[in-house]
Design a protein around this ligand. Structure first.
Ligand SMILES: Cc1cc2nc3c(=O)[nH]c(=O)nc-3n(C[C@H](O)[C@H](O)[C@H](O)COP(=O)(O)O)c2cc1C
Ligand code: SF4
Length: 434
C-alpha cells in the first residue's frame, strides 16, 4: 500500500519546473483565475479557513485566520512574504518544493495577495539555495510575461508583483520578525511581539508571512474545495505533511504523507526501516528544535497537537531517525552546540542559557559533571522555554527535556562514569563506576 499522498508535491518530478506551459497544462493558475474572477477576497479567506490549513513553517498557526487578521486592516500597502529561509538542520523540503514546482508557490502567493489586499510579494530564500532562487526568478519572469503577475491579472483590477531576496545566512533569519529586519537591511534579531507582522510587519505595514509549503497548498484548496482538503489527514489537522527523512533510515529524502500517519508507518513503511538490522532508538521530530521520541511512541499519530503534548513538535518536518548504537549525551552535545552558535544574543535566557546547557552536557560526556549541575539542566531548560524572546531560545531545550524524560537511565549511567554505547571516550562501557 502506498502510504504517500501528493498534494504539495503534485507536480514535482512530473513537470519541467522551468516550463510555465507544463504547469498550466496541469491545471496551473486555474485557482488564481477562479479566485480573482469569481470569488471575493473574503470568500477566498473563508475557503482557506474552512480547509483548516495550518501553517507548515513550524508553529502550525491557522492560515485562514492569519489572512483574515491582515485583510481587515486598512493600509496603503500590504505585503505577502514567503518564508523560504529553511535554516533548520535536516530540513530541505522547501528547497525541493521550489526547485520542483516554483509556479505552485507563486500561484499561492498571488492568491494570498488577492485575499488580504496586498500587491507586493517577496520570497526570502536561504542564501545557499541557488537553484531554488534561479528557478523562482525564472518562474516569476514567465508568469509576468503571461500576465499572471503584474497589473490587471485575469482582466481584473488585481495587481501583484513578486521579487526574490536572498537570506542573510543564520538560523534566526527564518523567525518571521528577524526575517523582516533582514529585509529592511538591519541586523538580524527578532522583534518583540506584539505587534505581529500581520498588523505591523515589513516597513511597519501589515504583512502576511507564510511558509513555502503552506502557500503551495493554496491552489489545490481553491481548485478542489475545502471539503476535499479536510478529507485528507486528521479532523483537526487536515492535509498532508512533507517530511525530510534522514539519519539511520534506509530511504532517505523527501516524502509527503497524510497528517496523522504514525511514526511506525513512516519509519518502517515509507522509510524502509533501519539499515543493518539495528534497533530504533529515537526519532527527533521537527528538526533540532524538536523533541526526541523513543520506541514507545512509534504508534503515535504525527500531527501538531499530539506531538506538542509529548514535548516534541512537528515543526519544519525534519525527521531524524537514530539507531540504538548512538549515545543520547553525545547527540545532545551536537544539538546544544548548534544553539550556542545560532543564538543571536539579543536576550539573556538564550544567550547565556544555550552556553550553560552545552557546558553541562559536555561535562556529562567527559565524566566531570556533578549531580548539582545535572539537576540544573531541567530548571534552566524550563526557564528558557518560559522567558526566551523568540522560538529559537524557547525551543532550544526541547530535545534535552525529552531525553531527560525518556532516557533517564542513560544520563544516570554517565553520572556514574559509564557510557552504555561506548561513544563518550573518557567513560567506561561496561559496569557502573563507583
Ligand atoms: C529560529 C526560527 C527559525 C524559523 N525558520 C523558519 C523557516 O526557515 N521557514 C519558515 O517558514 N518558518 C520558520 N520559522 C517560523 C516563522 O517564524 C513563522 O512562524 C512562519 O514562517 C509562518 O508561516 P506559516 O504560518 O505558513 O507556518 C522559524 C521560527 C524560528 C523561531
Ligand atoms: S531567543 Fe535567542 S535567538 Fe531569539 S531573540 Fe533571544 S537570543 Fe536571539
Amino acid at each position: 500500500m502506498d502510504l504517500q499522498k501528493r498534494v504539495v508535491l503534485r507536480n514535482c518530478g512530473r513537470i519541467d519546473p522551468d516550463s510555465i506551459e507544463e504547469y498550466i497544462a496541469h491545471n496551473g493558475y486555474q485557482a488564481l483565475g477562479r479566485a480573482v474572477t469569481t470569488l471575493r477576497p473574503a470568500e477566498v479567506i473563508a475557503m482557506v479557513k474552512d480547509s483548516l490549513l495550518r501553517g507548515r513553517g513550524g508553529a502550525g498557526f491557522p492560515t485562514g485566520l492569519k489572512w483574515s487578521l491582515t485583510a481587515k486592516i486598512e493600509a496603503d500597502q500590504k505585503y505577502i512574504v514567503c518564508n523560504a529561509d529553511e535554516g533548520e538542520p535536516g530540513t530541505f523540503k522547501d528547497r525541493l518544493i521550489m526547485e520542483g514546482d516554483p509556479h505552485g508557490v507563486i500561484e499561492g502567493m498571488a492568491i494570498a495577495g488577492y485575499a488580504v489586499g496586498a500587491d507586493q510579494g517577496i520570497i526570502y530564500i536561504r542564501g545557499e539555495y541557488q537553484l531554488s532562487s534561479e528557478r523562482m526568478k525564472r518562474a516569476i519572469q514567465q508568469a509576468t510575461a503571461y500576465g499572471l503577475l503584474g497589473e490587471g491579472i485575469f482582466g481584473s483590477d488585481f495587481n501583484f508583483t513578486i521579487q526574490v531576496r536572498s537570506g542573510a545566512g543564520a538560523y534566526v533569519c527564518g523567525e518571521e520578525t528577524a526575517l523582516l529586519e533582514s529585509l529592511e537591511g538591519n541586523r538580524v534579531e527578532p522583534r518583540v511581539k506584539p505587534p505581529y507582522p500581520g498588523v505591523a510587519g515589513l516597513w511597519g505595514k501589515p504583512t502576511v508571512v507564510n511558509n513555502v509549503e503552506t502557500l503551495a497548498n493554496i491552489p489545490p484548496i481553491i481548485l478542489n474545495g475545502p471539503e476535499w482538503f479536510r478529507r485528507i489527514g486528521t479532523e483537526k489537522c487536515p492535509g498532508t505533511k512533507v517530511f525530510t527523512m534522514l539519519g539511520d533510515i534506509n530511504n532517505q529524502g523527501l516524502i509527503e504523507v497524510p497528517m496523522g500517519i504514525t511514526l511506525r508507518e513512516i519509519v518502517y513503511g515509507v522509510g524502509g526501516g533501519i539499515p543493518g538490522g539495528k534497533g530504533f532508538k529515537m526519532a527527533q521530530t521537527g528538526g533540532t528544535s524538536g523533541g526526541c521520541l523513543p520506541a514507545a511512541f512509534l504508534d503515535m499519530p504525527m500531527d501538531y497537537d499530539t506531538l506538542s503534548k509529548v514535548g516534541s513538535a512537528l515543526g519544519s518536518g525534519a525527521m531524524l531517525i537514530i539507531d540504538d548504537t548512538h549515545c543520547v549525551v553525545d547527540l545532545l552535545k551536537s544539538f546544544m552546540r548548534f544553539f550556542c552558535h545560532e543564538s543571536c544574543g539579543k536576550c539573556t535566557p538564550c544567550r547565556e542559557g544555550t552556553v550553560r546547557l552545552y557546558e553541562i552536557i559536555q561535562a556529562l560526556a567527559e565524566g566531570t559533571a556533578t549531580v548539582t549541575e545535572f539537576r540544573l539542566l531541567k530548571e534552566l531548560s524550563t526557564t528558557m522555554q518560559l522567558s526566551a524572546l523568540c522560538g529559537l531560545g524557547q525551543s532550544a531545550p526541547n530535545s534535552l527535556l525529552t531525553c531527560l524524560e525518556y532516557f533517564a537511565e542513560e544520563f544516570q549511567a554517565h553520572l556514574n562514569g559509564r557510557c552504555p554505547t561506548g561513544t563518550c571516550k573518557n567513560l567506561s562501557v561496561k559496569s557502573d563506576a563507583v
